[in-house]
Ligand binder design. Structure first.
Ligand code: PGA
Length: 257
């Protein structure tokens, strides 16, 4: 059975005490109402990773853990950086690569995204590659070619790892703004991306949507826009809204277009 994937990207929120609390709440929520068609992951800040994996282990939860970023280097004199091997040792499953906040605020260019993706995949972890256009690119109607270029740039040369790659389409203008892309916009982009992904050898990759997803719009997006799940920011910081998104996916994924 194909499963959807819902990842909660906590960004730079929640210290380790708060992280433990929210993880316990999410694990309890899924224990009381399992979501059989959905893989669930939490992406806390680096300093919370150990606590979150420990709670999930203790609860025997199926929820997995993602890091929000990683170095493209193996080890050495890179002050402030964290390596793929360090994450692997902690029991981390996924790494988010090339989130638009890293691209725009921390000068992560396409080459750096590609290098980081390679490091993650060669190091044995799963990657969630983020792509998406800004508002000016959308208004100029260049969004499909822009995203296609991001896919080609990141994914060329890593076809052998295709089964460990998930892609998230996150239009920058919809992230944290409360403005969700319409289901028509998401659906059109999904179709364009799946064509491009197939031509690159990634036809089996799950394609997620991210950008102001919440408990009220999740079901409609899954049903109408042919997504394989969500990368959720703000709404993942409360167990109730994150749980509602997971259960909307669970209810609607089989019926999606
Ligand atoms: P948002 O963030 O759900 O708060 O818009 C999504 C993301 O940046 O992954």
């Amino acid at each position: 059975m194909a499963k959807a994937l819902v990842i909660g990207n906590w960004k730079m929120n929640l210290d380790y005490v708060e992280a433990v609390h929210l993880t316990q709440q999410v694990a309890a929520l899924l224990a009381s109402r399992p979501a059989e068609r959905v893989d669930v992951a939490l992406a806390p800040p680096f300093v919370d990773l150990r606590s979150v994996t420990s709670v999930l282990e203790a609860e025997r939860s199926l929820v997995t853990v993602a890091a929000q970023h990683v170095s493209d280097r193996d080890n050495g004199a890179f002050t402030g950086e964290v390596s793929v091997a360090m994450l692997k040792r902690l029991g981390i499953t996924w790494v988010i690569v090339g989130h638009s906040e890293r691209r725009t605020m921390y000068h992560m260019d396409d080459a750096s995204v590609a290098d980081t993706l390679k490091a993650v995949l060669r190091g044995g972890l799963n990657a969630v590659l983020c792509v998406g256009e800004d508002l000016a690119t959308r208004e100029a109607e260049n969004h499909e070619s822009f995203v296609n270029h991001q896919l080609v740039s990141a994914l060329s040369g890593v076809e052998e790892f295709a089964e460990r790659v998930t892609v998230a389409y996150e239009p920058i203008w919809a992230i944290g703004t409360g403005v969700t892309a319409t289901t028509g916009q998401v659906d059109a982009m999904m179709a364009a991306m799946r064509l491009q992904l197939a031509s690159l050898g990634f036809s089996s990759s799950r394609v997620l949507y991210g950008g102001s997803v919440n408990a009220d719009n999740a079901a409609e997006i899954v049903t109408e826009a042919g997504v394989d799940g969500f990368l959720v920011g703000g709404a993942s910081l409360k167990a109730e809204s994150f749980g509602a998104i997971i259960h909307a996916c669970d209810d609607c994924y089989a019926e999606r277009r």
